[in-house]
Design a protein around this ligand. Structure first.
Ligand code: CA
Length: 239
């Protein structure tokens, strides 16, 4: 009697052991599947994060964001006096325009010497589309500015000298144009070229970059004396 009983017990125990092995294997499979799913999820998140970082480093997006910031800054209350430069950051400080890009650090955060690469060079051409023009008799749709030279003067490195030509195209049968030599100075502090145009109408051109997108500037022609603009063209760099 004991013999068959023991045999039954052995068979039952073997069956239980087998079932336990099956359960353990199934549990291992489930854990492996969970881990695999988590790895897939983390991989997808890593790729998404990488894409977002790439987008943030995209120079076109950085330029657009900078242009937007410049527009907000333009309508905000100025925090520095005229002819002063705002160092920026969390530590408000103003320094004189002449101290920007003069080779000596004046801002506590060093910002006045961080952006001193000229954004244009000899041979560059910008074509302007008219917004309004009631300066003279020509009323052109387009004006072209050619940069002929850019010279950094020792002891006045904050304001490189710029020479150029302003061509005014007039739509007539003979495609007539007026070319006026101009010279002026670029300010690293204001991102602005002021051209002194030697003309009898006492006009001068101010080319204002936004400090971020140097492929475009707003060009206003102003009258000497009043300082009021009588023309505005939006200029774009020709590539
Ligand atoms: Ca300086």
């Amino acid at each position: 009697m004991r013999g068959p009983f023991i045999g039954v017990v052995v068979v039952v125990l073997a069956a239980v052991a087998c079932l336990l092995q099956v359960d353990a294997a199934a549990e291992e499979d489930n854990r492996a599947r969970d881990i695999s799913e988590r790895i897939d999820k983390l991989t997808a998140e890593a790729f998404k994060l990488g894409r977002n970082l790439d987008a943030r480093l995209d120079p076109i997006r950085i330029k657009k964001a900078g242009t937007l910031k410049a527009r907000v800054d333009a309508i905000a209350e100025p925090t520095c006096d005229e002819h002063e430069y705002q160092c920026g950051g969390d530590d408000p400080q103003c320094v004189g325009d002449l101290l920007v890009c003069d080779g000596i650090t004046d801002c506590r955060n060093g910002d006045d010497e961080k952006h001193c690469v000229l954004p244009f060079a000899k041979g560059d051409t910008f074509v302007g589309d008219q917004e309004f023009d009631h300066c003279g008799r020509f009323n052109p749709d387009h004006i072209t500015l050619h940069i002929d030279s850019v010279t950094t003067i020792p002891f006045f490195t904050s304001h490189p000298k710029v020479t150029g030509r302003v061509d005014i195209h007039v739509d007539r049968d003979d495609d007539w144009a007026v070319s006026t030599p101009s010279f002026g100075f670029y300010s690293f502090a204001t991102h602005r070229i002021i051209f002194r145009t030697p003309d009898k109408d006492s006009l001068y051109l101010v080319a204002q970059f936004d400090g971020y997108n140097f492929d475009r500037f707003v060009g206003e022609t102003l009258r000497v004396g009043t300082g009021l603009p009588c023309a505005r063209f939006i200029y774009k760099r020709q590539h």
